[in-house]
Ligand binder design. Sequence first.
Ligand SMILES: [Zn+2]
Length: 238
Amino acid sequence: MERYLRNIAIKEIGPSGQERICAARVLICGCGGLGAGVISTLAAAGVGHIGLVDNDVIEESNFNRQFIHKTEDIGKLKVLSAKARIKEINPEILVDTFAMRLDETNYRDVVKDYDVIVDCFDSYRSKFLLNEISVKTDKPLVHGGVSEFSGQVTVVVPHKTPCLKCLFPEADLEVEIPKGNISPVVNLVASIEALEALKLISGIVSPLQQGHLLTIDALKMAFRLLKINPSDQCELCS
Ligand SMILES: [Zn+2]
């Protein structure tokens, strides 16, 4: 526990909160830009069991923001590089790797052992798939998205808060998220996602767990907390 004294010194966490963090099982979906921040932050905080989902290999264009990967590992699977980084931070953390594309047919075996899912994917299709998985398996989902100077974060607590389908019922999943990304904005969103995961685990109540969406305009430094309501028309969660 010496390692976590500064976490424990926070009254909202304390020894019991840290024990919950060390016992937690978190599935991080995506080992790219958002994943880099979430993976390293949750490992440092002491999450005891981390699952990593990503089918991609490391490319040179990743390095402006994906700081957990090394130049010498270009061409290698991101999940393996991310696992190595976690083990450097704390060798005692248990890590499962899933080098696969998650879909409707294979997700149950992947998510069944985890308490919390964190969305670090980079397409609308994969984000809405995680939303569906969250609602169908009744596991909370920390959702985050980032593009250029814009970001957003919310927490889907199935059947308590609105899901992504309530929020964006007409979303076109084939539209590409603009590819521009700069590290500080990606890390800002990743840090907030990691914080919300730690709050869920340690029992700290957050507005994002109670039907709010945080939107970030990092160009204008405008942070907005928007109240969102479940939709009784939602084909997924209503
Ligand atoms: Zn819904």
